[in-house]
Design a protein around this ligand. Sequence first.
Ligand SMILES: Cc1cc2nc3c(=O)[nH]c(=O)nc-3n(C[C@H](O)[C@H](O)[C@H](O)COP(=O)(O)OP(=O)(O)OC[C@H]3O[C@@H](n4cnc5c(N)ncnc54)[C@H](O)[C@@H]3O)c2cc1C
Length: 499
Amino acid sequence: METTVDAEVVIVGAGPTGLMLAGELRLAGVDVVVLDRLAEASTESRGLGFTPRTMAVFAQRGLVDRFAALDVALRTTTRGHFGGLPLDFGVFAAACPAVVNLPQVNTEAMLRGWVADLGCEVRRGHEVVGVTDTAAAVEVQVDGPGGRLGLRARYLVGCDGGRSTVRVLAGFDFPGTPATLELFLADVRGCDIRPRFIGEWLPGGVAMAAPLGGGVDRVVVCERGAPPRKRAEPPAFSEVAAGWHRLTGEDISHGRPVWVSAFGDATRLATEYRRGRVLLAGDAAHVHLPAGGLGMNTGIQDAFNLGWKLAAVVRGRAPATLLDTYHDERHAVGKRLLDNTRAQGLLFLGGAEIQPLRDLIGELTHHEVVHRHLAGMVSGLEIRYPVGPGAHPLLGLCVPDLPLEHGAAATSVFPLLGAGRGLVLDLAEDESLRRSVRPWTDRVDVVTARLVDGGSIPKVDAALVRPDGHVAWAAPGGQEELSEALGRWFGPRTAESRE
Ligand SMILES: Cc1cc2nc3c(=O)[nH]c(=O)nc-3n(C[C@H](O)[C@H](O)[C@H](O)COP(=O)(O)OP(=O)(O)OC[C@H]3O[C@@H](n4cnc5c(N)ncnc54)[C@H](O)[C@@H]3O)c2cc1C
């Protein structure tokens, strides 16, 4: 018997992860409610910009132009760094650029506009205080403006940040290491601070500074040996200014703070991303030193991986086991994120004793293979999911935005993913390939096109691209029938086609 639910999916947290997930679910027509305990959206600048892989996520859904509609100009670059050692993402052919110095509030505002246009309900001032996973549904207790209420959903996703209540209430383990130091951050007006985009190594630690526009500068104070402290309130700006002075000798105490915060290097990863009908995504599943600015990016990509799978399960098109691939794929990414940010933290925050190691790794980055390895790690472009058998070099990777001729029109791969559906690219006019997709065309689009310029991309005649842009099958080199890959990722063929 069908269980009555108030929403097919309840998402806790309207941060970047929760909003991205809400948009993905709404694209597939899922009935979603987003709850956030804050009465108003956060104004904290936090993550500045996003990586090439997140830029690809936004481009694949046609979201990049939404920044212009908000009057937000994107400053793009191919430059990045690993623990302060410069890198160039240009080593990846056809990669999107990264975006720098864009306060997270803008990314969240863009996503809020998108989910509102998709008809998603975001209930603010609603704090989740109880979670019970029954076999048939998840029951959620919420304290809202009108008092306590109960909601029942088929699935609940905790996108409620590093101190996730959902994670605790649903009994997820979150092992790792506590903070070993305290760092300060301030967005400050009225100081003309010399930019140090990837940080300046100084005898006492590292000083970072970047202009945020509108006369506001971001400073980050990383003093070696500053012990972690439990704080009920953010630090006073005078503490940050004093730390900045100790490091750089510069006086910024006359500045007018816009936002002041302290953070640390606590590093933790949920052992499971799914327990029954409850899932975790974003900071709720992983916390780490914000080295290289990867937190928000990883959360958005968690949501991008989960959204289409959860939609397929809720819609009854795929078995619930498809959700286990969310854990398998994204837990591995989370583990790598923790290793990577720990290594960056050592390189970045270590003292004179690690300078020889820093010099050595700096030398190694001049070798292309090392440069690619590290650039792939911090850009998200290295992510290769174990999608199934096959030998094609693109298998499991994010599809590049290859230029195509489609009928008389010029296009490229990313705009073909805008609706969040699967995509079979037929680049060699193969009628038998198109025939084998027919039983899935309610979920998968087939596009016959000509590759205009593959650049240095390996030869590709056909590809199955998942809604999250990852290549699930490609020819030549597909070691199984396309229909097997379609069945694995998109569920059984339609009933009519089996008759
Ligand atoms: C100083 C600093 C610098 C950073 N720099 C970068 C960077 O450059 N690049 C980058 O990618 N990331 C960066 N990050 C990390 C980034 O800000 C986070 O990873 C990101 O905000 C995580 O998004 P989220 O949606 O998972 O969680 P959050 O943004 O934390 O959102 C969680 C939401 O859940 C809500 N919530 C919590 N509990 C409940 C509850 N019980 N009921 C209802 N609602 C609840 C909260 O109100 C909040 O709105 C930085 C972080 C810090 C602190």
